[in-house]
Design a protein around this ligand. Structure first.
Ligand SMILES: [Zn+2]
Length: 327
């Protein structure tokens, strides 16, 4: 994989009255665009969601944690899902990658209309055993706005989220990234007032990043006049952990009958990973192997259950592991 220039920073500002996150994500949004073949408005919606999910992942405390941000709206995109882990990996996809809409009167891509009204769900896998779900109604569908509302309504953390993706005339990604600023409980009135003033007069994220600014410089501009301390820097990338094995396992889970139907078509079957668009082809012989494995697993399970029943009934099943010969 090519080297990426994308990274994210975490910072404290105004003493410890504010915490801040910023990311530059041009390369990973371009990777996502190529993986899904998205049109500009979808590239922008997906890129904003990927960038937001990444910054939210750096709020995870557990190294095994995951965060999923999911928009389900009635707009033509149909929905967007992005999942990020605590190590700077993010993956995501739109339901419908080919949406064309006229730009807004201010010439910005009409992400809000493409997403539509519906729900925003955030699923945090806090550790292996615990998940936390928060859901709110989509406010504008512009993504950053909705995440701001999510933090306020679902987590009671006053936040400001800015996200942007610049799509070039040739449809490639020119710049992408964003910031999240959060008020700590000890934030003073003075800090709050100055922050609000900064946010009102701040330029668009896309314009700042398009000048080649770094996440640190983005925060310096948004948090002008505040002391700023960068506490963490992490490279980020678009990465999907799918593999042939995982797809094979998923194929076995679709059901014996459905698997047989694919075999009966007597042609190679191509499966596509939702998250990264990677394609996996299975020949008829390979599908038959999977079916046979499925049958063998089922048989083993049934015999295991029979043996357990027999033991429970107190029948002389012999020493453990020594099964009654089957017919
Ligand atoms: Zn994948």
């Amino acid at each position: 994989m090519a080297d990426t220039r994308d990274y994210m920073v975490r910072a404290m500002a105004a003493g410890r009255e504010l915490r801040a996150f910023a990311v530059t994500s041009r390369d990973l949004v371009e990777t996502a665009r190529q993986a899904h073949g998205t049109t500009p408005v979808v590239t922008a919606a997906l890129g904003r969601t990927l960038s937001g999910a990444l910054m939210m992942s750096s709020m995870l405390k557990d190294p095994d944690g995951l965060i999923t941000v999911q928009f389900k709206g009635d707009g033509p995109i149909g929905g967007i899902t992005a999942t990020a882990d605590a190590h700077g990996n993010v993956k995501g996809y739109p339901v419908q990658p080919l949406v064309a809409l006229p730009s807004r009167p201010d010439h910005h891509l009409d992400v809000g209309r493409a997403v539509g009204k519906g729900t925003l769900t955030v699923i945090r896998d806090i550790d292996r055993d615990h998940t936390y779900n928060g859901q709110i109604a989509i406010h504008s569908g512009e993504i950053a706005d909705d995440l701001t509302y999510y933090f306020a309504e679902s987590e009671q953390i006053p936040s400001s989220v800015g996200l942007g993706v610049k799509v070039e005339k040739d449809c490639t990604v020119g710049a992408a990234g964003g910031f999240i600023i959060q008020l700590m409980p000890q934030a003073s009135e003075e800090t709050i007032a100055r922050l609000e003033d900064n946010l009102r007069t701040c330029r668009y994220v896309t314009d700042i990043l398009d000048e080649g600014r770094t996440p640190e410089e983005l925060l310096q501009e948004v948090l002008k006049g505040f002391s700023l301390e960068i506490t963490e820097t992490l490279p980020v990338r678009f990465h999907c952990s799918c593999s042939r094995d995982r797809v094979a396992r998923a194929l076995k889970l679709i059901g014996r009958k459905e698997l047989q139907e694919l075999i009966d078509e007597k042609k190679p079957q191509e499966l596509r990973c939702h998250f990264c668009g990677k394609r996996y082809t299975f020949s008829t012989a390979e599908l038959e192997d999977l079916r046979d494995e499925l049958d063998a697993e089922r048989k083993a399970r049934e015999e295991g259950a029979k043996a357990a029943d027999a033991r429970e009934a107190g029948s002389p099943a012999g020493p453990a592991g020594e099964e009654v010969p089957s017919k």
